[in-house]
Design a protein around this ligand. Structure first.
Ligand code: CMC
Length: 428
């Protein structure tokens, strides 16, 4: 293959370098296009064809349904690793030794205390506030309590900021849920594993011991691993672009949380469950909802179906579907919603509309069913996604800063009015 792409504009030819990734993905390097051509840009709303960066963190092949973190397949990591190991892997590039992992965990625990004044901020939110809005605000507010900016030239400063947020974030997650439920805002237990501690912080009732349930711990561990990174999706791109202005880590993460909230992104897990509930309430007629999803005059979409990058089964969905069966079986939960989900999936996979558009179930289609079986309220589902995605956002922010990427600042094609004279208000 030539290492140059040729572009002809108005009879003039330009050569653009071709760059090849480590999995042989091919990209045309247009860095000098505007300069060389005297102003020509490319346009690609939604960035369907645009690589925003080079990254060594996550590899995804949407056609083949492959997802790997730092070269390790998602299937292997979900089966063999725990969430904290995966977080270390994503952020620092290699699986930790036992010693590195122990230190990482100890440092995270050491930094998990959240300034008590944060409770006053939580108190100010109405109980009706959506947990994602609260979480984004609290993550941003952490900056006020930890004001020093991260010196990216100091490995130690970078590490300290990372363990701080990994320690404090689960506390914010659990306090967000507990506030909604009117429960006291407490801490967990430093003797527990990261995920066990999250569960204890979320579910411990006042005056009662919290008994760990291995099924729940394993299920949550797996779900968090599956959500931990997904290369340049909407929220991750938001984190990178926010951080590219040299805004701090915590506020860049807060921006990512807001981006994740939308129903086309992380908010889909809540939307899926609400959709399945609505179908159940409506008599379980999946065909009616399939027809709505296909009707171009109806804004309804089959939530949990389709993906910008996967044009094949989302490998995470395969793992989660199996896990949903196991968790519900192990917990002895019979959930009619699971049957509706399976029915809907079967119909969609056989339907020409979905086949033609390569629409398969995505990570969010079955995750809500597991969260529900674990006793997590529907409005918290996207918060759980954020908890899982945290290491990925951190890894991407760190990579972007260490590579000294320029500020993200796309161009546009202006389609508005050309110059005109101001009209006095009496003449408009
Ligand atoms: N139900 C019905 N039709 C759909 C759906 C759906 N869920 N998803 C895509 N389509 C149709 C769409 O109408 C379009 O049809 P046509 O070509 O006739 O106009 C075609 O499929 C292509 O869709 P698109 O909107 O151009 O694709 P996109 O890459 O811009 O959007 C998506 C990807 C995930 C936003 C979209 O599939 C969607 O809205 N899905 C439902 C929401 C969802 O489950 N989101 C979670 C994504 S996975 C978690 C994460 O990583 O964020």
């Amino acid at each position: 293959m030539s290492d140059k792409a040729t572009l002809e504009i108005h009879g003039k030819t330009y050569e653009l370098p071709i760059v090849v990734g480590s999995e042989n993905e091919v990209a045309i390097d247009i860095k000098s296009l505007r300069n060389d051509t005297g102003g020509v840009i490319t346009i690609d709303p939604g960035y369907k064809n645009t690589g925003s960066c080079e990254s060594a963190i996550t590899f995804l092949d949407g056609e083949k349904g492959i997802l790997r973190y730092r070269g390790y397949s998602i299937e292997e990591l979900a089966e063999k690793a725990d969430f904290l190991e995966v977080a270390y892997l994503l952020i620092f590039g290699e699986l930790p030794t036992q010693e590195q992992l122990d230190k990482f965990h100890a440092d995270i625990k050491h930094h998990s205390v959240v300034d008590d004044d944060v409770k006053k901020i939580i108190e100010a939110f109405p109980k009706s506030a959506h947990p994602m809005g609260v979480l984004s605000s609290l993550t941003s507010a952490l900056t006020a309590f930890n004001p020093s900016s991260v010196d990216i030239n100091s490995e130690e400063a970078m590490y300290n900021a990372i363990v701080r947020i990994l320690g404090k974030f689960p506390v914010l997650v659990s306090w967000t849920m507990r506030k909604k439920q009117g429960l006291p805002l407490e801490y967990g237990d430093d003797n527990l594993g990261y995920v066990e501690n999250v569960l204890k912080m979320m579910f411990k009732r006042p005056g009662k011991d919290y008994q760990q349930n291995k099924i729940l711990v394993d299920a949550l561990d797996k779900l968090l691993i599956l959500h931990a990174d997904h290369e340049q999706n909407c929220s991750t791109s938001t984190v990178r672009i926010t951080g590219s202005s040299h805004a701090g880590l915590f506020v860049s993460l807060a921006a990512g949380i807001s981006a994740l909230w939308g129903p086309l992104h992380g908010g889909a897990n809540q939307a899926v469950l609400e959709m399945l509930e609505a179908i159940k309430e409506d008599g379980g007629d999946t065909k009616k909802y399939m027809a709505k999803a296909k009707d171009k005059n109806d804004p309804f979409r089959l939530m949990g179906f389709g993906h910008r990058v996967y044009k094949n089964f989302d490998p995470r969905a395969k793992i989660i579907k199996k896990s949903a069966d196991e968790v519900l079986g192990d917990l002895g939960v019979e959930d009619p919603i699971l049957d509706i989900a399976k029915g809907l999936e079967k119909e969609a996979l056989e339907d020409q509309y979905f086949v033609d558009r390569k629409l398969y179930p995505n990570v969010d289609f079955y995750s809500g069913i597991i969260y529900r079986a674990m006793g997590i309220p529907v409005e918290m589902f996207t918060v759980m996604f954020a908890l899982g995605r945290l290491p990925g956002w951190i890894a991407q922010w760190r990579e972007m800063r260490l590579r000294k990427e320029p500020i993200g600042r796309p161009r546009q094609l202006y389609t508005g009015e050309t110059q005109r004279s101001f009209k006095d208000i009496s003449k408009r």
